[in-house]
Design a protein around this ligand. Sequence first.
Ligand code: FUC
Length: 794
Amino acid sequence: MSMKQISKVKLLLLLIAISVFSIRTQAQKLWYSQPAKIWTEALPIGNGRMAAMIYGGTDKETIQLNEETVWTGQPHDYAHKGAFQYLDSIRGLLFAGNQKDAHRIADKQFMSQPYGQQCYQPLGNILLSFPGHEKAERFYRDLTLNNALASVSYQVDGVTFTREIFASFPDNAIFVKITASKSKALNFKVEMTCPHYNKTIIAADNQLVIKGNANNYPYDYYEKKGNFKYPTSKINFESRLQVQNADGTLVVNNNAIEVKNASSVVLKLVAATNFVNYNDISANAAERCDKYQKAITELKYEKAKITHIADYQKLYNRTSLDLGVTEFSARPTNERLMSYSKDKDPNLVALLYQYGRYLLISSSRPGTQPANLQGIWNDKLIPPWDSKYTVNINTEMNYWMAEMTNLSECHEPLFGMLKDLAVTGKSTAKEHYNAPGWVLHHNTDLWRGTAPINGADHGIWVSGSGWLSQHLWWHYEYTGDKKFLKETAYPIMKGAAEFYAAYLIPHPKHQQWLVSGPSNSPENGGLVMGPTMDHQIIRDLFTNTIEAAKVLGVDADFSKMLTEKKAKIVPNQIGRYGQLQEWVEDRDDPKSEHRHVSHLWGLHPGREISPLTTPELAEACRVTLKHRGDEGTGWSRAWKINFWARLLDGDHAYLILNNLIVPSYTTDDVKMAEGGGLYANLFDAHPPFQIDGNFGATSGITEMLLQSHLRDGNGDYYLDILPALPTKFANGKITGLVAKGGFVVDIEWKNNALTKLQIVSKIGNNLNVRYKGKMVSMKTEKGKKYKFGVVDFK
Ligand code: FUC
């Protein structure tokens, strides 16, 4: 080959590399060739505390805003004083088969006061108007996941206008930069709006300020039902938007700021409320805004952007997933979603996977509130299910992926909430059950309500405290952090266990058994004694609490008592259709396609059922899943991906994943439409929008590639590599997953078989790596890297 030919080849290779690279980087973004018309087409950004949804309109841009502590209500103890006096009669009625009267008494005497909880509220909007930009060309907007930047660009009369937007965690603010390619071509108006009744919006000098009070709880349905008034709202808030122009002029006009003849403008938004914690609203929102503003007024946009990207990437870049790209991967996101079922576009799966991680980083950072039903994104004064925390599946699903996808820090807000709940839940344990410890029923809110809400038939469910405690134990299992175990986790777990130890009672017909109740198998079949799910959760909590006590060398007598009680809790039972029984009695309906599959908790996220340890029970789970079908609400589909992965059936898990990646395009995004799916912005549709399905999908995909919930007789974890790899994911690579025992795992596979495996031991635990039934067991050293090939698994 001549030199000329060589350089031609080189150039060609370079071009190929660039185009592959650009497809791959494209893979990390959501992008569209039109502005959003509805909220579920807008793109989300967030820094854990503040958030925005960006529509990207050309002549009219809307940036919808949230601050996570703008809620209705005020500090309040929801416990119904003296409710425990009715406990025995409710139990007696249920044991006697009289569910109707049990519901009637419980609804009247045993419910939260008020009967419901409070709701999460929007903060306001930034509105930008660009006269003359109605007819724009070359429109493009995107959200890049690898650097958490949203952008909009288009041309008018040959001038390119761009906006770039991000929410910075280190700088506690949202930044917007607006530029024109031609000098002094920017002419636009900046306004702010706020949907609450009590507010003032003022423009002065170079800033807009909203001051307001959160509305009261918006409807009186539960107030009437429970005959108890909702506490009024006492959250006040302030938000300030600075407009900083490089050139041109600013004119204040009628509470708006007009920018004239500028080349580039930066907007900086801060926001705060008076909320300190669930029991303290004594902060001063204005002082907080002063502080946040002071730190950024002189800060250059480019510097803030660099700081933001570095901070974000520290988390995001820890894990990568490559499932390959095809010609379909380069198309706009909405189009990819529309035709996903026909196209070969595995990269959309990888995008959805990383989007889950992006959304958790954006909605849950140390020191912030945990991700609620909508993460942190809500534009409605009456959001679906109050956009609060439903804990009979949803909040936990939000955090399944936190440790395993290497976002341990993002788990922290959940622990913060648990610290509060372990206090507020004491009063509910005392007033409703005359029991020690703490308990949480099926919902909580900013005020950490723990009493049963909405209706006795599903609100009286006692396992919120037990289920959430699993997350404390997981954090310890993944990190080995003994200080956390001692100071944070164990006291909360112990308090939860104390409650259940006092609460379980003997079953009158099966005296040897202890049962939970009154409770329900989440939202299926009403109030009962002994739903299977409760028993699985309580057993898991007792097991973890006993082990934690052992690690810490404390509470031997308490552990002994838990061990004895645990042995008596009703075991998992297989019913007449071969199904896993949802209740003590064999009365499952094989035709029911109920969205909750609660009694499979022991399979996932629990670990007492597995094809590898309890094959008969696992088979019963499979039968149950067949009965329930492959569809359901968004989160229900997401849970089923996890279930099938735990049953080691990758192809069935994949089938459900594909059932989740379907467009759910209804313009009325509040109405419950048919089944789950995704909106154009890839938010998961219950419907309506609920974020659990996003997080649950990321968890489910991870469970296909790595599982580490099983342990050997010494307590060492098994790392199951590619345990449920779908046939259709023939080639791929995942890096930076985390396994229990503190192992960071990179896996590569080709033609459906493992090719490379690398494991870094962060704690120095013993390692059992399993692949296709073969195992390597070894000691490891802290900080060391171990490499395996398929030949190592003999
Ligand atoms: C549970 C589910 C519903 C919904 C709600 C927020 O009550 O049964 O489907 O997800 O939470």
